[in-house]
Design a protein around this ligand. Structure first.
Ligand code: HEC
Ligand code: HEC
Length: 260
């Protein structure tokens, strides 16, 4: 099936007349409506019902990070983006993939979603009130126990960012890419450490504590060893930040995008 499409694509590309025309340009309004329906089934749980993003990137903006043309858009749906939370969507056949791609392309022509607050103020909340640089790096500044946030606005949408701040453990457990953020608690005769598991094999485990120091243990030396699932080392900010502060920080995070 997939190979068949590849051959067809090569044929289309080698015919000069068809070269300028993308299969997306041939879609009818009915095809696009079907694309929207398929988007809701296969994509909305990550990209939001209107494509404005959640666990997956905001697709309702004029320039996407990985997509320069229609062909790349189709390839991403077919193959996913290796090394990220974007999976290959195998359950769509070629016609359906083209329709979904066509629908996604219409999203980018809508206005970029509005920010709920003031990103400039949010930057100060991030640095001063929130103490976020103690755990996150943005453009080289901060300490890196949490994920780097330099381009988080490309990858995550408004609702996901807000829930990352208010209910981090819940947001984290929804995110395929962060299965690696496992909290562990270990105790030896001399030491007791809670932190993120960095590495583990049959004999040893390495843990990064909240201050950023890495500890290495031999499993034989452990008196206690607990894996704490669905737990985040990140504080919940719902109470410590005001509603305005939260809106502003989320806006600041949304503004963190790669230059394009
Ligand atoms: C399991 C969650 C998940 C599903 C399901 C999913 N995506 Fe994604 N998608 C992601 C994530 C996460 C990213 C961001 C990858 C990154 O930048 O690290 C992404 C990225 C993308 C991008 C690239 C955006 C850019 O800025 O270049 C496109 C396009 C895309 N997805 C389209 C789709 C379509 C269309 C579907 C449904 C057919 C879909 N995705 C289903 C999680 C998902
Ligand atoms: C004590 C360390 C710590 C502090 C302080 C902290 N975080 Fe986090 N943060 C983490 C960790 C660890 C994760 C990884 C996911 C998880 O474990 O919840 C994370 C995840 C996130 C995510 C999700 C990123 C993604 O791509 O999924 C966002 C957004 C975020 N933090 C923003 C903030 C902001 C904004 C602040 C300050 C208001 C902050 N964090 C303060 C440790 C911290």
């Amino acid at each position: 099936m997939k190979n068949g499409r590849l051959v067809a694509l090569v044929l289309i590309l080698s015919s000069p007349a068809a070269m300028a025309q993308s299969p997306l340009d041939l879609l009818t309004a009915g095809d696009l409506a079907d694309g929207e329906r398929l988007f809701r089934i296969h994509c909305a749980r990550c990209h939001g019902i209107d494509g404005a993003g959640g666990e997956g990137s905001n697709l309702a903006r004029p320039a996407l990070q990985y997509v320069n043309d229609d062909e790349q858009l189709i390839a991403i749906i077919d193959d996913g983006i290796p090394g990220t939370g974007m999976p290959a969507i195998w359950s769509l056949d070629d016609t359906q993939t083209t329709r979904v791609a066509g629908y996604v392309r219409t999203l980018g022509r809508l206005e970029a979603e509005e920010m709920p607050g003031d990103p400039g103020r949010g930057r100060r909340v991030y640095q001063d009130i929130g103490g976020c640089p103690a755990c996150h790096i943005i453009a080289g500044h901060g300490i890196g126990i949490g994920p780097e946030l330099t381009t988080v606005g490309d990858q995550r949408g408004l609702d996901y960012l807000r829930s990352s701040l208010v209910a981090p453990a819940e947001a984290q457990s929804q995110t395929a890419g962060y299965k690696d953020y496992l909290t562990v608690r270990v105790r030896t005769l001399e030491d007791r450490v809670e932190g993120l598991r960095i590495n583990e094999d049959a004999f040893s485990i390495q843990v990064r504590d909240v201050a950023g120091s890495v500890h290495s243990f031999r499993k034989d030396d452990l008196i206690e060893f607990e894996k704490v699932f669905a737990h985040s080392l990140m504080p919940e900010y719902g109470a410590s930040l005001s509603g305005q502060d939260l809106d502003d920080v989320v806006s600041y995070l949304m503004s963190l995008r790669s230059e394009r």
